[in-house]
Design a protein around this ligand. Structure first.
Ligand SMILES: [Zn+2]
Length: 322
């Protein structure tokens, strides 16, 4: 029987995944610098505005997070070269799939909220393509809501699992996918922060969208209060996979340069419990502070999201010009 995991149980599970991921990181670390060995990585400019003017923020598990001095984007530089990142994902896969299998109420609520947001901005329901659909947990919900469901998934096992539930799944990347279909909606659930070249990704997405179609993105954001407060202690910064952490301004800019318009932006997940643990000098994710609703008696969940300070954003980009 399925039961709802408490937030702490979720964090304990994630901690196990995290430790397994970190063990996988270790083989890429240079023992002298304690950073990823430079043979695996490459330096880069800001992925949003291409400025080379950046400042170091902190290191995390071998990776260096920097901020752009021109547009405030936060990103990894150096970043893993594509060939090594692929190798990393292949070996790390078992760790990843366990997370996705957690088809629980916490994720379902987020999927439903995001789908409602996107549907509100479309004339009708139609065809949805989920990029990195894993075992199809989001597509299940879309199907139940009368969408025709499609997915892109590189992992063969997960693609098969997803197909068994009636979804059409292509084992390809968006760049290589040569689909005859066009879609009303393309979704990315906690995927966009893994993509190093967001501009090239959005440009490739255009050919898959019908006129006026939408891209929906959920991603952790560097604008969140938890990220700003916890900095390197925040799980958002993993040093390797989360290569780009956007905020409202950087997503607006990215939309502008790729021919999209940002038409909706909300935040989800308060992380108030995590911040309260941190403020009580406990481990943010494993601490035991009971208060989850309010922060310092002044900030509550509603205020946090009204000010776009939640942990992840959910946004919609509308295609303006191909
Ligand atoms: Zn920039």
């Amino acid at each position: 029987m399925e039961r709802n995991l408490t937030t702490r149980e979720l964090h304990v599970t994630r901690k196990k995944m995290w430790d397994a991921s970190m063990a996988n990181h270790a083989k890429y670390i240079n023992s002298e610098t304690q950073l990823f060995d430079t043979k695996y990585t490459t330096d880069r400019n800001c992925p949003v505005c291409n400025s080379s003017n950046k400042r170091d923020l902190f290191t995390k598990s071998g990776g260096v997070y920097v901020a752009c001095n021109s547009c405030d984007m936060v990103f990894l530089s150096p970043v893993f070269k594509d060939e090594y990142l692929e190798e990393y994902y292949r070996t790390n896969h078992d760790v990843q799939s366990e997370i996705v299998e957690q088809d629980n109420e916490f994720y379902r609520n987020l999927y439903e909220k995001g789908l409602t947001l996107a549907t509100k901005h479309l004339p009708a329901k139609g065809k949805v393509l989920d990029v990195g659909c894993s075992a199809g947990a989001f597509l299940d919900i879309a199907m139940r809501n009368d969408w025709k469901t499609y997915g892109l998934e590189l992992n063969a096992k997960e693609a098969i699992h997803s197909r068994k539930k009636g979804h059409t799944v292509f084992e390809n990347t968006i760049h290589k996918a040569n689909l005859s279909e066009t879609f009303d909606l393309v979704t990315l659930w906690d995927v966009f922060e893994h993509i190093s070249d967001g501009i090239s990704f959005l440009n490739s997405t255009k050919k898959l969208l019908r006129d006026g179609g939408l891209v929906f993105i959920q991603s952790p954001t560097k604008d969140s209060l938890a990220a700003k407060m916890l900095q390197e202690k925040c799980n958002m910064f993993d040093g390797l996979e989360h290569v780009n952490l956007y905020g409202l301004d950087s997503m607006k800019k990215l939309a502008e340069v790729t021919g999209f318009e940002l038409i909706a932006y909300e935040t989800v997940i308060s992380e108030i419990g995590v911040m309260n643990n941190h403020l009580n000098y406990e481990d943010p994710y494993l601490g035991n502070v009971k208060e989850k609703k309010g922060l310092l008696g002044v900030i509550d969940e509603n205020w946090l999201h009204a000010n776009h300070l939640g942990y992840k954003f959910q946004l919609c980009l509308r295609l303006v010009s191909k």
